[in-house]
Design a protein. Structure first.
Lengths: 404, 404
């Protein structure tokens, strides 16, 4: 009974902090998500200490709620994304994904080697510069109602490609630490598996749903279509982790499949309260992982500034170059959309700490960099999108797909 | 990453099992909740062993999801309950609450003493016969669309009174185990606190909301009224545990307060997907706690049968006597509505096991009894309610309250 009471208090604190943070941010004309992350930093161990998330392990109730929150978020983003639309931007997204991984990896590795790491360790540090956190960008695009824009489609498509590449890079880097070189055949198998999974599930699922979705109404449960797609969401989120991908990729695919059903509009409405309850946990927990103590000296702050600048600039260059065919303004939006690292950077930093490759300070700096990129991006992105949505640019907004 | 993947699989299994169980139950014309509890028993440690909830502690992610699920369930029940309606049935609910505690306590105590327990321990066993689990009944009433019936109001009102009395009884019984007698003044203070909490929050909150609820729309968040009432729900659920009450009492009060707002209808619709996602966790986890191994012999089964019969009959008599002024048929509905013990019986049994008062077998039997009452009730209640809703009885259905 006592423990149950404690966890209710924690849930209450996290939830209310998110609301207050989000409200303040919106009053300051910033995206709500910035306020939620900041609220997490305030109530986390660094300042008030009201919540104490595990730094490395996932599995505490708060972490699980955060995980469900971000899974549902990407599901709902998928629900607003038609496969057809993604296909239209396929080539550009592919370029953005590739360049958005290579440029940060190269620049991050060079910086690490320049700071005194040997090459093997430098590559590990470089891997932490790579993976885009689709969650943050998706939330901002959703908040601004910009998910139907062409830049958003490019960003989402590129985020999927980005995740595949990041997974591969991490595999290479981790195996290099073992000292035994790496197994190219194994990597190719992993790559094939991941691409196959996405292709089969995304393409096959979407086609199947477009062909027939009346069976979703067959069960007697009053919540029927929702229950089935939520089960699909949890199932694909799990499956995608088996293929070495982030759970959110599977959730995004599930949403994209569900967007082909004729119940899509109802599903979108019903997903909204789920997001309202659960996504704040993800952003508050993310914010609470910023360890201000490790950063409380001039040298660490300077290093953080450099690392964050490299992280932002390198991703911006990669994304910008990849999407230049959309025009400079759109390319800037895409570039900034790819900047947030969020939880993926945190996960890589945790791996580095556990493997003994990173010191506590490097760990803290990489975590802080991941989260700073997540906090800096939303206001910039919001500003860019608002500036962009002048009348002469409306051609950038894709026409809605015809009903299947 | 690995742990996150594991928990996603568990979530998927629990969620899908609940859907399948619920669907089968509904095809058999049983309430869906029966199927969800049975599904929990099947995938739990007794049979398939796919999920392994802690028997005594709460605090694992699954337990927390279950807790949030039942809290939201009672919140949504509160959302369909007007304070005015509860007031109309106040006296009957009070009688039902008192008799529904005293009769099972007396019969349970006599049985335990007759089975060879000394009086102090018998009182502890007796306490496990007492507390009604409002969750199960509420779900059945909600599934059948019967929450507006007068019997439902009586049951919900009585469940609140029941919870106060059960808390007091448990206090007395636990202090008796210490051997030092009990402190009447302390108990009166606890009683006063609990009643004061319910009265102030329920009455004051409802009045405040009826007076003015436009401020709920003030925040900029697009989910605004929902966010505020969810925060209220979590906050009151926590507060009520501070007063020694079950968290669901606070959640019910929060729902009742929110039912007075002019956004009540929207809130009801928005709560539905939350229930769809989270309440299955509560019922599946509840079912998974049935330990079939401890019961796998004739003697234990016989004892379980006797204990369950006493539990059902004693609560039925108490509830029936208390609500006889509604007519015999309605009194039968109320009596059966009070039968499920569910998680409260499990909690008391856990306390008994930890305190060394119960053997593992008595523990298993009391847990199984609590859950059997929860499984037996829904079909009976569904049958009684359907039989009852013949035209000549429609006067039993309360007229909707006038808009404030």
């Amino acid at each position: 009974m006592h423990h149950a009471s404690e966890i209710l208090l924690t849930l209450f604190i996290v939830f209310v902090a998110a609301q207050i943070g989000g409200e303040i941010a919106q009053r300051l004309k910033l995206p709500g998500v910035v306020g939620e992350i900041a609220a997490g930093c305030v109530i986390g161990p660094s300042l008030l200490g009201w919540i104490t998330p595990e730094q490395t392990a996932t599995g505490t109730p708060l972490d699980v709620l955060a995980e469900i929150g971000v899974v549902l978020l990407l599901f709902s983003v998928g629900l607003e994304t038609r496969l057809e639309d993604l296909k239209k931007v396929g080539k550009i997204a592919f370029l953005v994904g590739i360049l958005g991984v290579l440029v940060p990896f190269a620049m991050g590795g060079l910086w690490a080697h320049g700071s005194g790491f040997d090459w093997d360790r430098s590559l590990f540090v470089a891997a932490a510069f790579v993976a885009t956190s689709a969650g943050i960008t998706a939330r901002v695009l959703q908040e601004l109602g910009a998910l139907q824009r062409i830049e958003s489609k490019v960003i989402l498509g590129a985020a999927v490609i980005d995740d595949i590449l990041a997974m591969l890079l991490l595999g290479v880097v981790v195996s290099l630490q073992g000292g035994g070189g790496f197994d190219l055949t194994h990597l190719l198998v992993v790559l094939g598996g991941a691409i196959g999974f996405i292709a089969v599930i995304g393409w096959g699922g979407a086609r199947a749903m477009r062909w027939n979705s009346t069976w979703l109404d067959k069960p007697l449960s009053p919540h029927s279509p929702l229950m089935i797609v939520l089960a699909l969401c949890l199932g694909l989120a799990y499956l995608s982790t088996l293929f070495g991908l982030a759970a959110i990729i599977g959730a995004f695919l599930a949403g994209m499949i569900a967007s082909e059903t004729r119940q899509q509009h109802t599903l979108e409405q019903q997903t909204m309260p789920l997001l309202a309850l659960l996504t704040p946990f993800f952003f508050v927990i993310t914010g609470s992982k910023i360890d201000l103590h490790e950063l409380a000296n001039a040298e660490a702050l300077w290093m953080l500034l450099v690392v964050t600048l490299i992280a932002i600039v390198s991703k911006l260059i990669g994304g910008w170059l990849g999407s230049l065919s959309l025009g400079r303004r759109s390319a800037t939006i895409v570039g900034f959309g790819m900047v947030p690292r969020g939880e993926v950077g945190v996960v890589i930093a945790s791996l580095g700490l556990t493997a003994g490759v990173f010191t506590h300070r490097i760990y803290a700096i990489i975590v802080a960099m991941s989260l700073l990129t997540a906090m800096v991006t939303p206001p910039v992105l919001a500003w860019l999108l608002k500036r962009q949505s002048s009348p002469q640019d409306t051609a950038d907004i894709l026409p809605p797909s015809p009903e299947a």
